[in-house]
Design a protein around this ligand. Sequence first.
Ligand code: ADP
Length: 516
Amino acid sequence: MGHKPTYQELAQRVKQLEEELSLSRSEKNNRKLIDSESRYKALSEAAHEGIFITENGICIEANQAGCNLFGYSITEIIGMHALSIFTDETKDIVLHNIKNEVTDSYEAVGVRKDGSLFNAEIRGQNYNYQGRNVRIAAIRDITEQKTAETALKESEAKFREVVENAGDGILLGNLNGEIIDANHGFLKMTGFDRDEIVGQHISKIFDPKVIKERPLRFDLLNKGQSIIIERDIVGKNKELIPIEMNSKRPHANYYLSIIRDLRERKKAEKDLKKTNIELRQAKEKAEESDRLKSAFLANMSHEIRTPMNGILGFSELLKDENCDVKSRNEYINVIIESGMQLLNIINDVLEISRIETGQIKVEHREFLVNKAINDIASFFQQIVKENHNTLVLDIPENTDQLVLKSDESKLKQVLTNLINNALKFTLNGKVTVGYSIKDGFVQFYVKDTGIGIPDDFMNKIFDRFRQVEYNDQIKQSGTGLGLSICQKLIELMSGEIWVTTEKDKGSTFYFTLPIL
Ligand code: ADP
């Protein structure tokens, strides 16, 4: 495309023409005039804009581009009124501008011969031509430009909508680092109003200490790098919000930061960590319980085999007809003791499984506390002697008629277990059984002067199958179920059980039962 003459150039040319015309009265100038006119025509024809010369609104001249623009031939267009080629809605402005000889450009809607419309940009200027007031108007079709502008506006609006509705926070900053715009996502995340944040320096949304330690890298942004940082920003209510900020300088005049709220992610990570820990603990517990069960089975087979061997071995000896009465009685005693031992083990195992399957029911009946304790004490007198221990009762005064409404047999079962343990782990010592009356409950205790319980075992002592692993000098017997059974029974009776101990000095087991 060749050079498109501007309106000014054309106007200049017309002026020149005018001068030449006024000079051309004389015959000798006629030639020059003709040349000049044809030159003007050529110039005007070359223009891409439609050029019209009007007088009193009537078209007296037009170039080819002007004819093409409206779809008329030159002969059709000459003589037409300017108002007939614009829509009714825009006629007024055209008329007004012609009348007032307005020189600023303005817009109207042109009507082509075929009735189709286009957006026209019009710029006119009046000239005095041989005493006649003519107006030269240049008209351009700006439909495409308009469409492009509308499309741009629409796309800008769409873009703004996307930005506003983005889940992430979006900040625009100028070259001084001041925030010039913040989207809804950012305001929602931080709790700020738009005017509280626009105009502030970007560093304002961070803790000043953090900014001092790790400054924002505008230097790198200016070099065209994108920067992603993970830090806390400070919300309106001073809450620290963990974020990931992705910044760049997409344009010479501004910085852009996209800010992602990491609170949810951090929380999910924390929850996941917690779940993992819980899973690991559960797994460890399962493994531990598996290990304990194996240990229990090994222990049980040993515990069962010993009395079984006793029973079978001594029964075999009994078969001997020559066996004297003394030996026979001795053998029978061993068989009975072994049988009892076996029964105890079986009872323990049955008891714990009945407790765990919820088959044990507590029966609340009134009974005299002191009588129950005395029953147990007399049961143990013999065993205590064999053990070289003493058994002492510690019963408060004036309690002969103290009545508890609870499960007497379970209380006795617990006391029996605790006294058995106390005797088992005490040699040449003392076992004290007693109680004290507290506010609303009775607190029983079984105290021994035995070996005590190692510290690291204290928190597992009531677990099933647990036994302290002593060195070889102390031989452990039992199933590791006794205390676990005690704890469950006490809980069933709405009480609590605990223990205090001192190494080599002894242990005291306490438990409570409510006075109903
Ligand atoms: P077990 O039937 O094996 O005795 P328990 O549950 O009654 O099982 O006891 C668990 C473990 O607690 C015992 O093996 C022992 O190591 C420890 N223990 C219980 N009572 C006492 C006590 N009075 N003195 C020292 N250790 C004790």
